[in-house]
Design a protein around this ligand. Sequence first.
Ligand code: ADP
Ligand code: MG
Length: 236
Amino acid sequence: MDLIELKDVHKTYYLGEVAVPVLKGVTLSIARRELVALMGASGSGKSTLMNLLGCLDNASSGEYWLDGKEISKLTAKEYARLRNRTIGFVFQSFNLLPRTTALENVMMPLTYSREYLSEQQKRQHAADLLRKVGLADRIDHQQSQLSGGEQQRVAIARSLVNQPSILLADEPTGNLDSRTSKEILQMFQQLNSVDGITIILVTHDQEVAQWAQRIIRIKDGLLEDNSEPVEAGSAT
Ligand code: ADP
Ligand code: MG
């Protein structure tokens, strides 16, 4: 069984009495260590699908198997634990806390996990991750003192703090210039190929999608083509 399996997943939002069907029967498998791009027009349901994959929201119907477990069968505690230990998130808008240093931002998720680590060990772990993303000399900088690319690196370090096996990145380069985007995409590629992290990258940019091994397209609530390999090394 693959790491991620969706079976006939529907998602309908309700605005008062009005039903807004967004996902209309999505079936999808993503293997361990894949780097997949999810593409689609604005409003096509990319973020909705990511929120389901990230266990931030529930499907209206269908099955979601994550790491061999059907998530609707889990207790609230098991569900939260699976999300915290398995999935890291990176967003377009970085989502760092203002007036807070890079180190503190990376340490933040540890407040709710890995209670067995001492404060010193948490600092050490966060600092190691900031070095890993190339920010050794920005550890004590506050959010406002960092460039967009640096903020996204902090956000990537933060997403790794609980050693997730999956990274979900929703338009992670949407607010970055092309040179900085390339640096960030290289980092994702390395996290995938070296650290073996499964990555799902949402983008509406064909050039960004070329960094993936496979492109999944969503249109009118359905996946268009679920098996379009990208030639290895074709990224520019
Ligand atoms: P994308 O990320 O591809 O731009 P979204 O998943 O954000 O698309 O949104 C898909 C559709 O669902 C849009 O029409 C959007 O307006 C609608 N939508 C998203 N979130 C909600 C919500 N919480 N309540 C109602 N409608 C929503
Ligand atoms: Mg979106």
